[in-house]
Design a protein around this ligand. Structure first.
Ligand code: DSN
Length: 411
């Protein structure tokens, strides 16, 4: 997006936009939860729809002047239905501002404060909004956590046993740092056995599900939440899809429960992204995301990196970096000096603090959008190994990273 107009009125902000663009252009973005939406999506994001207030649901609004908003929101809901192949048993809401409020609306919609939820522990790959102590989701509800096994995999029999013992009212499947496939059908069966709602949080893998490279949570679970800016490659936002019979409880918590007017420019941009996601090109993109993650994982293993679960089935790789003699924070900092952007991350059974954990998390959605393939992934693994083994090599590698980045422009 150019800054021709902003430039004339606000040089300081222009300067920051240009620096941020350059930072993205010249570095390798391996943050597993980030992606580059298309120019069309970004154009829609700055459309006239940014103006309008439209509290309520399509065709049931509290404000006048919503005829185009009603059509827009209905179209975006329809596109969501098409992509996830939803029949009339499912209801769609594209208004949540982002993933955490979407999750909170579901919890407050289906449960009473003090009810028990069951989710994956944060250091094992769960998310803050799934009942972490510091989040309201952890303060309003009793939380019991299941864990990954020592090899880093979900252990469905153990999850079932825990659910039978604890009898939660809701079980959450879906994670921020789990590199393997999730068996949503099994989660739904466990939930049914104990009379719990089953919620899938597919924020990370929504695009992979659309592309057919990860199993879908439909029709198994009761409710699905997702952010729209990760593998789905839209603007920052969220979607809730639930069984039609639960929609009153949940959607009333989105508005008027915790939100006011929907961000219509975001919904507009989401519509454009969902149109793009229908293409064969997007399907190929998601397959390449997974191939790239696998290539990165295999190359890292050759350099003696210790991968949680020994590899990946999706877009991300979680590394226990301690055998390399550095902490997660140090690894993040050394790599950043070389223009390789990752995030420090807790690993299952981590004994270190979340501010300086034992791991780093990397992912391929953003670099795959730039057009990189397996060959580039192997090169990146090579550079990562060099930097971690010898942090003094960072500046030399940064020059090489810049050269590679030049060949793969941002969309
Ligand atoms: N911050 C996102 C992630 O990195 O997984 C989720 O909210």
């Amino acid at each position: 997006m150019d800054v021709n107009i902003i430039k004339k009125i606000d040089p300081k902000i222009t300067n920051l936009i240009e620096k941020e663009r350059k930072r993205n252009e010249e570095t390798l973005n391996l943050i597993a939860s980030e992606n580059y939406p298309s120019k069309a999506v970004r154009e829609a994001l700055s459309s006239i729809f940014v103006v309008k207030y439209s509290e309520g649901r399509p065709y049931k609004r509290y404000y006048g002047g919503t005829e185009n908003i009603d059509k827009l929101e209905t179209l975006v809901e329809e596109r969501t239905r098409t992509l996830f192949r939803l029949n009339k048993d499912w209801a769609v809401n594209v208004q949540p501002y982002s993933g955490s409020p979407a999750n909170y609306a579901v919890l407050r919609g289906l449960l009473r404060p003090g009810d028990k939820i069951m989710s994956l522990a944060l250091p094992h790959g769960g998310h803050l909004s799934q009942g972490a102590k510091v989040s309201l989701s952890g303060k309003d509800f009793k939380v019991v956590n299941y864990l990954l096994n020592k090899k880093g995999f979900l252990e469905y029999d153990a999850i079932e046993e825990l659910a039978k013992k604890e009898k939660p009212k809701l079980i959450i499947a879906g994670y921020s740092a789990y590199p393997r496939k999730v068996n949503f059908k099994r989660f739904a069966q466990i939930s049914n056995k104990v009379g719990a709602y089953c919620m899938a949080d597919i924020a990370h893998i929504a695009g992979l599900i659309i592309g057919g490279v990860h199993p879908s949570p439909f029709p198994w679970v009761d409710v699905v939440t997702m952010t729209t800016h990760k593998t789905l490659r839209g603007p920052r936002g969220a979607i809730i899809i639930c069984k039609e019979k639960l929609k009153k409880k949940i959607f009333s918590k989105v508005f008027p429960g915790i939100q006011g007017g929907p961000h219509n420019h975001t919904i507009c941009a989401l519509g454009v992204a969902l149109k793009e996601d229908q293409s064969i090109k997007f399907k190929k993109y998601t397959a390449q995301v997974v191939k790239n993650a696998r290539a990165l994982a295999e190359a890292l293993i050759k350099y003696d990196f210790n991968l949680i679960s020994g590899g990946t089935d999706n877009h991300l790789v979680l590394i226990d970096i301690t055998n390399k003699g550095v902490s997660g924070k140090e690894a993040q900092e050394f790599l950043e000096k070389a223009g390789i952007i990752v995030n420090k991350n807790a690993i299952p059974y981590d004994e270190r603090s979340p501010f300086d954990p034992s791991g780093i998390r990397i992912g391929t959605p953003a670099l795959t959008t730039r057009g990189m393939k397996e060959k580039e992934m192997r090169k990146i693994a090579f550079w990562m190994n060099q930097v971690i083994s010898n942090p003094k090599s960072s500046l030399r590698i940064e020059r090489e990273v810049k050269k590679l980045c030049k060949k793969f422009p941002l969309p």
